[in-house]
Ligand binder design. Sequence first.
Ligand SMILES: Cc1ncc(COP(=O)(O)O)c(C=O)c1O
Length: 447
Amino acid sequence: MSNHRETVLVAVVAGFIAVFASEVLRRMSYQRDKKKLGPIPKSMFGRTLLQEEFALKASYAYCNCGSFGQVPQRIILEQLRIMQKREADPDGWYRFGNEKSLYLKSVKQLADFVGANPDNLVLVENASTGTNTALRSIHLAAGDKILVTSDTYEAVLKNVKVLLDEIPGLEKVQLELTFPIQSEQDIIVQYEKVISANPGIKVAILDHIASQSAVRMPLKPLIDLCHSKGILALVDGAHAPGHLHLNLEELGADFYVGNIHKWLFAPRGCALMWVHPKHHDNTNPLVVSHNHMLQTLVDRFVPSATRDSSAYLAVPAALEFHHALGGLGVIQERNSDLVTAASKMLSEAWGSEEYPIPLDLRAPFMALVAMPQVFQDHFPPDEDSCNKLMKRMHEKGIFLCVTNVDGKLWARLSAHVWNSMEDFIVVRDTVLEMAKAVPSVVNGGLV
Ligand SMILES: Cc1ncc(COP(=O)(O)O)c(C=O)c1O
């Protein structure tokens, strides 16, 4: 009897060891392959990719890449390697051009990716820095007007407000985008009307993908419309790189700003700013330092003063990761299918609706679904309600951006390569659970 028990025990322990050893071997061979970074099969997208490549908590249904992006672990390691190189030789780095040569390499590779002439492209810390820089480069004066919309990003509107406070006589014109929108033409017509009703608009801030509504704007026709009326076009493309195909030279805006840290896997603190050659001479970094007044745009924006530029220098690694996943076509098709299916599934389960715009106006990786009716009944459609609901979701281990558009509360879904339908199923059930609790605790503040 005791012999039999020992045999069973030995067999169980041996089984554990075998499973453990085979897992270790599998991981080791994956690590070897990871170093080379060969193509990552589409079958790995979702949970497997999340576990293998990202630091996200596995228990967290994070469907909100649209807010802050997500940095793969291999890119974090690359950033560390860059920092170590710097620390090994700070003078070579800052004084004798090692940092600069890596910066120029990043700009060149990124320029190829976004269809830009590298002479017109620089890196800045984030979309906010880019839009601030661009607005400071335009000589705005009394009598000029800045065109924004009801969908312009809140922080950008604050930037406009500061300029209005600083420059007496400068005005803001706000286009209240009205919905439902049936086509690109509907948006263009609304722009035509506001421009003809407001002579003197000097610059229009155009979204490529609007943050609150996830509408993909008809950018090229809007840039052309602005130019035909003598209006400068400053594009807030915070969501575009890694999300939409870009050819910045063909778009021909005056300024185009886009985050690399949102959908394109760069470490946080990395955005691009494309500047039309006619504005190069007037465009300068917000902080005056050693490169002040250098001749070319790119030379003026090469990092100067003592700072950490490792996020910029990790751009080639981020692009390599993006390519290993199959590139934009593959990622777009997969994310777009996922978000389309998730949006339909959630709107049905919640008895609500999908945002009423045609599919071709929807950002490929994001969609809006109305929150269940009980939330609409108990929460006013304002920022405070959005924040309360997001806080509660965070506590419950899911995340979606809750936005307030057209007098309603919407869940903005984001789908990127680590997401799978499982995430949205967890989101579905958690929100339904929250919905059940609403009437009883709403007066206490949180759902
Ligand atoms: C449309 C839009 N513009 C600007 C920004 C600001 O980006 P950042 O925080 O990287 O400056 C965001 C951020 O989500 C955005 O969605």
